[in-house]
Write a protein that binds this ligand. Structure first.
Ligand SMILES: [Zn+2]
Length: 76
């Protein structure tokens, strides 16, 4: 199982500075870009290539985490 303490330190690899992941039934989901990371043998696989894109998204370059990471940072 993934503890809350462990969950608190996990970040979306596309935008590690200020993202949080939330634990769903059998995967983790980025709160910002909704990228879904699988959990294998109790460990989250925080690898973009292994992650599942949200519905309607064809590329990680379309994700908000990726866009804001490569565009001008800290506008919020
Ligand atoms: Zn993200």
């Amino acid at each position: 199982m993934i503890s809350q303490d462990f969950l608190d330190i996990l970040r979306c690899p596309l935008r590690p500075s200020d993202t949080r992941l939330r634990l769903l039934a059998d995967h983790l989901e980025c709160e910002r870009c909704a990228l879904r990371f699988p959990i294998k043998d109790g460990f989250p696989i925080l690898v973009v290539e292994e992650a599942q894109l949200p519905a309607g998204c064809e590329s990680t370059s379309q994700l908000p985490c990726q866009k804001q990471a490569t565009a001008t940072p800290a506008q919020e």
